[in-house]
Structure formats: structure tokens, C-alpha cells
Design a protein around this ligand. Structure first.
Ligand code: SF4
Length: 378
């Protein structure tokens, strides 16, 4: 399921999609810390719970994990995963009496990728087909099992464990991602898998292990630890600037279509760089030429609506409700700015804005991040 199981190998199965597309990224990434996120921690908690439930359902020993992330939702989705696994196991038992079921099995694919291993959430093997199932708790990106390198690496690891014991012809790879109702299955023959391993995987893994090959930016960059400072990604995105000099003076339809095609990646890149630069400015006091930190704008709020209504009524204003108390702006219009301040000034709060990185030209006053505690905006 997750990278956490593969953290000791720099050529992890979970990162295979990236390092196969951009082999030198495996080495470049090592310069950056492997930061965990709340989503990754939640995924690990879901994974541990799912494993526990599956072991219990198969009458194996297991201790229930404890986590602050457990919720009814997590219960429901881990149940869906377990239900899927049990039905697969039942189905396989009907085909072959002597199946093997492995949960959280370390899968070693170092015959193809230096030091490569991963952990298979569920492996079911009998005569004929080897099944590899991966549970994903994330919901941000729908993951397909179709020629998915992570799954194919797991399959290679599982195959090397069992090929002497069973007659395996086909591989079935399943991604169970219940939060987005994704049960993605892909089947291939063992011959196809081995052709891919020799023809595509091995050469790319060799390049990755030497830190060689071409940098290649694309969708896969979003999971790369080098993504904020990577030059190849910047060059690819900045290619758009060539349109500044396009002649004639208006963009053609073809050019606009091309820009729309890259706009999504371009905006993700810009947002990554902005978040990275903001965090350094706020947390480490880094100065960026032409930019400063300011407090973001915030909306005024009534501190106590009951007290506001009473004070307004006492001052002779009764037309102060729509369905609820009218807004501060409406109240100010009703009373006039001066009176509003006199009557209700004590009941209006203006929350502190978060620090945000803006151009020097911005009218707001620059703020020294050391002087106060703020959080990164966004
Ligand atoms: S950000 Fe993209 S192009 Fe750069 S090293 Fe990572 S995967 Fe390769």
C-alpha cells in the first residue's frame, strides 16, 4: 500500500512510476528529507487497521492497532477492503485446494532492481493465477492497476517466491481504493511481465542506480522530493514563456489549445514553488528579492451577537435582523461609520491574518516573521 514499507530502498516500488519516467530522480531525491504528511500517517493507520481486520477474519492472531486517525469512515472503508479480500480468497479456494494466502508479505524484487523490495498487502496464490492486492486509502488521485509499475514490481517479488511451488501462468493485480470506489484490476501473463522486467524495468533501474539517464518532468513530479528546486521541471514549465515572443501578436487557436494542455501542470508547479518560498520566508526568514511578508486580509467578526443586538436596540436601531443579525457592513451602513464605532466598536473583532508572501508593490506593511508567530497561508 504505501511508501512507508519501502523507505529503506531508494528504488522503492511506490516510487517506480517516477524513477522509471525520470531515472536520475532517484539519486537527486536523496538530498531532500523524506517528510511525512498527515495523509501518509492516516494511510498507515488505515492500513494497519485493515491488516488487523483481515487477519482476524482469517482466524489469525492479531492485536487491534490504536490510532488517533480511527473513525467510522475508516472502519467502513477497511471493511470494504477486507470484504474484497475474503471474496477473492473464497473464489481461489474453489479453483485450487492448496492455496497460499500471505498478508503483509515482504516481496523482494532485487533480481531486477538493486536492493529493491516492497510489502504486498495481500498475495494469494494457487495453480494458474497469482493475485497481488494493494490497499490504498488516499482519495486525491484515483490509481489504476493497468501496467502499474508498483504492482508489477510486487508481482515480480511474489513470483520469485512461488514459481517453484506452483504452476503460475497469469498475474492478477488489484488496487482497492474504497474511498473513491475504485477496484481496479489488471491481468497479464507471466511472460508479459518478464518481458517488461527485462526490456523496460532493468535498463531504467540500472540508469537510476547510477544516477544517470535523462531528467524528464511530468505528472510524476508531484511525488518527487526534488520537485521545488528541480531545474528540469522548471525548464519544462517555463517553455510556455516562448509565447511572449510569438508572432503575429495574437495567439493562434493551436497555441491556446497547447497552453490549456500544460496549464494544469504549470499551475501545480507555480503553487509548489510559492508554498516552498513562503515556508522558507516565514520559518527561516529567507528574503526573496522583490517580495515581502504581510498579514493576509481578514474579515471583521461580531464577538457577541446578543450583546450587539442589545446595544443597537438601546441606541434606537431595531431594523437589524434579516433572518439573523445583519452583517457588519450592513450595520455600518445603517448607523454610519462614526456611530457604528461608538455603539458597537467594542463588539467587533478583527482576527490576525496569516503571513503571506506578496510582491513588494503590495500596499500592506511588511511584517517581520520573527516578531510574531504565524502560519503559512494556504
Ligand atoms: S521533479 Fe520531476 S523532473 Fe525533476 S527530478 Fe523529480 S521527477 Fe525528475
Amino acid at each position: 500500500m504505501s511508501g512507508s514499507h519501502n523507505s529503506h530502498s531508494i528504488y522503492s516500488a511506490s516510487g517506480a512510476h517516477r524513477w522509471m519516467a525520470c531515472p536520475p530522480s532517484a539519486h537527486l531525491e536523496q538530498q531532500f528529507p523524506n517528510e511525512t504528511s498527515v495523509f501518509a500517517e492516516e494511510g498507515t493507520a488505515a492500513h494497519d487497521l485493515a491488516e488487523h481486520k483481515l487477519r482476524k477474519a482469517l482466524k489469525l492472531r492479531s492485536r487491534k492497532p490504536v490510532s488517533k486517525f480511527h473513525s467510522d469512515e475508516m472502519d467502513e472503508y477497511t471493511d470494504a477492503y477486507v470484504e474484497y479480500c475474503l471474496s477473492l480468497i473464497e473464489q481461489e479456494k474453489e479453483q485450487c485446494k492448496d492455496i497460499q494466502v500471505l498478508i503483509e508479505q515482504k516481496l523482494d524484487f532485487s533480481d531486477f532492481v538493486k536492493d529493491g523490495f516492497g510489502t504486498g498487502d495481500l498475495v494469494v496464490v494457487g495453480d494458474g493465477t497469482l493475485h497481488v492486492v494493494d490497499f490504498k486509502y488516499g482519495k486525491g488521485v484515483v490509481v489504476s492497476a493497468e501496467r502499474n509499475p508498483q504492482m508489477m514490481l510486487y508481482a515480480l517479488g511474489a513470483l520469485s517466491l512461488f514459481e517453484m511451488l506452483y504452476q503460475i501462468d497469469r498475474i492478477s493485480m488489484v488496487i482497492v481504493q474504497p474511498r473513491v470506489d475504485n477496484f481496479s484490476t489488471y491481468e497479464m501473463s507471466v511472460d508479459e511481465l518478464l518481458d517488461w522486467a527485462e526490456g523496460e524495468l532493468k535498463p531504467k533501474a540500472l540508469l537510476a542506480s547510477k544516477g544517470e539517464g535523462e531528467f524528464c518532468a511530468g505528472d510524476h513530479c508531484r511525488f518527487c522530493r526534488a520537485k521545488n528546486q528541480c531545474r528540469a521541471r522548471a525548464v519544462k514549465n517555463l517553455e510556455l514563456l516562448k509565447y511572449e515572443f510569438a508572432d503575429p501578436s495574437l495567439l493562434s487557436d493551436d497555441e491556446i489549445a497547447e497552453i490549456i494542455g500544460v496549464a494544469d501542470e504549470l499551475s501545480k508547479w507555480a503553487s509548489d514553488i510559492y508554498t516552498y518560498a513562503s515556508a522558507l520566508a516565514i520559518n527561516e526568514g529567507r528574503q526573496w528579492d522583490g517580495f515581502k511578508l504581510v498579514e493576509s486580509r481578514t474579515r471583521r467578526k461580531y464577538s457577541d451577537e446578543k450583546a450587539v443586538a442589545e446595544a443597537a436596540k438601546e441606541a434606537g436601531y431595531s431594523d437589524i435582523f434579516n433572518e439573523s443579525l445583519i452583517s457588519i457592513t450592513e450595520m455600518e451602513k445603517l448607523m454610519g461609520k462614526k456611530k457604528f464605532k461608538e455603539i458597537l466598536g467594542a463588539f467587533v473583532d478583527k482576527p490576525k491574518g496569516k503571513l503571506t508572501l506578496v510582491s513588494e508593490a503590495d500596499k500592506r506593511k511588511a511584517v517581520d516573521p520573527v516578531a510574531a508567530e504565524f502560519q503559512v497561508e494556504g
